[in-house]
Design a protein around this ligand. Structure first.
Ligand code: ADP
Length: 257
């Protein structure tokens, strides 16, 4: 890996890593060679089935690497799921959801520790939801729910956050607010990987990792998001590009698989 000089400690480091699901003939993902350092926001760009979820499973340790060398010096890795996919019909409050981040430290038959409750409250304040701690999670807006899930990750106190399409379904003000929050978290030295289908979001990241069953590119947006790399990332899913550069993806490209 090229040394990035001023950037922070390495949180995840992959060297020719591949992933294979049990019983599958071919690797789900191959040739991953990248590093994420403290303070970096990395967009993970790829079509549906391209391997974004598989990459996250590798980083959490849920799926062991089938080949290559993967190191996650960050240790704790927090997943921030897509809020659309979270169950919304449970009568849990925003505070309850944030507190779930402490589950690995709490025995299930015990009441949460006072310190964890305090941390959950502080984390909700941190994401701008201190006033809504008692509100039922399902009654919050999509952007608010997404920030509750970020608060939960903060309660987990993980240096590396994996966000699954964090901006999907958010209106512009909510997206901007989340964007600022994520920039702050990176500024504090966390590393963020954000799965996305959105080229504009990828362009705004510090680094971009393009995957389509293999790693297609990794580097700063200007290098990783050339027309050629985007075509290799999306293949047939890509609509014709205009001369101003690759900008357009089919509106429902993520609903195909
Ligand atoms: P993405 O998150 O980018 O949509 P995935 O990581 O889910 O992509 O999928 C990458 C590849 O791995 C796909 O070909 C998919 O079919 C395969 N895959 C994903 N999960 C499993 C599984 N549990 N068992 C077998 N193959 C899987």
């Amino acid at each position: 890996m090229r040394d990035r000089g001023l950037s922070g400690a390495v949180l995840a480091d992959a060297d020719d890593v591949s992933a294979r699901y049990p019983g599958a003939g071919v690797p789900a993902l191959a040739s991953l060679t990248f590093a994420v350092r403290a303070g970096e926001r990395v967009a993970v760009l790829g079509p549906n089935g391209g391997g974004k979820t598989t990459l996250f499973r590798l980083l959490t340790g849920e799926l062991p690497a089938a080949g290559g060398r993967l190191e996650v010096p960050a240790g704790r890795v927090a997943i921030v799921p897509q809020t659309d996919r979270s169950r919304l019909d449970y009568p849990v409050s925003a505070l309850d959801v944030a507190l779930m981040g402490a589950v690995s430290r709490t025995r299930w038959w015990r009441r949460p520790a006072r310190a964890d409750r305090a941390l959950a409250r502080t984390s909700l304040e941190r994401v701008g939801l201190g006033d809504l701690a008692r509100v039922t999670f399902g009654d919050l807006s999509g952007g608010q729910r997404q920030r509750v899930l970020v608060a939960r990750a903060l309660v987990q106190d993980a240096p590396l956050l994996l966000l699954d399409e964090p901006f999907s379904g958010l209106d512009a003000p909510s997206a901007e607010r989340l964007e600022r929050l994520l920039a702050e978290l990176a500024g504090e030295g966390r590393g963020l990987l954000m799965a996305t289908h959105d080229l504009e979001q990828a362009r705004a990241a510090d680094l971009v990792l393009c995957v389509n069953r293999v790693q297609v590119a990794f580097g700063p947006p200007a290098a990783a998001l050339t027309r050629e790399e985007i075509e290799r990332t999306y293949g047939a899913a890509l609509v014709p590009l205009d001369d101003d550069g690759p900008a357009l993806l089919p509106p429902h490209h993520h609903d195909h698989a």
